[in-house]
Design a protein around this ligand. Sequence first.
Ligand SMILES: Cc1cc2nc3c(=O)[nH]c(=O)nc-3n(C[C@H](O)[C@H](O)[C@H](O)COP(=O)(O)O)c2cc1C
Length: 181
Amino acid sequence: MKKNVLVISTSQRVKGNSDTLAQSFYQGAKASGHHVEMISLAHQTISFCKGCLVCQKSQPCVIQDDANVIVEKMQKADVIVFSTPIYFYEMSGQMKTLIDRTNPLFIKDYQFRDIYLLATAADEDESAIDGAIKGLEGWIACFEKCQLKGVIKGVGVDQYGEVNNHQELLEKAYQMGKEIV
Ligand SMILES: Cc1cc2nc3c(=O)[nH]c(=O)nc-3n(C[C@H](O)[C@H](O)[C@H](O)COP(=O)(O)O)c2cc1C
C-alpha cells in the first residue's frame, strides 16, 4: 500500500550527516512508490511552546510560525521520519522544540502509525543514541496509535559530510525507506 511519508530533517547543517541519512531514506521510500515529502528545519522559524494549553481547548496554537504547517503535515502522514544530530547525548533542541509544538495533536485524531529515527553522533559507541531514542519514546507514549519502527544509529561521524565515508549507513537508511510497507 502506498503510504504518505514525511521526513523531517532537524539539523541546521544542510547536507550534513543526519540530513544525508534522511535523503537516503527519502530516496529508498520514493523507490518503493510511496508519496514522500522531506522538510528541513534549517530555514524554518519554530518557537518554543508557551505551555498556555489553548490548543487543548480545540483552539489553534497561539503562535504563528512555521511549526503549524509542519504539525498539520505530521497529523496527515502515515509515516514520520525524524533525523537528528546528537547534541549532548540527546535529540537536537530544534527536534525537541518541534515535538513540543505537536501538543495540539494530543486531543485530535492523527494518521501516523510508524515512526523512524535517524541519528548521527561523533561518539563511536551506539549508546550515544540512547538518549534521543528515550526522548522520542516519550512522545510516542503520548500518541498510542504509533510505534517506533526503526532506528539508525549513525555513530562515529562528526565532521560535515563525514557520513559519506560510511556507505553502510547510507545503504541502511535507503533500505529502511524502501522497506516501508
Ligand atoms: C552542540 C553540539 C553538541 C554535540 N553533542 C554531542 C554528543 O553529546 N555526543 C556526540 O557523540 N556527538 C555530539 N556532537 C556531534 C554531532 O552529533 C555530530 O557531529 C553529528 O554527526 C552532526 O550531525 P549533522 O551533520 O547532521 O548536524 C555535538 C555537536 C554539537 C554541535
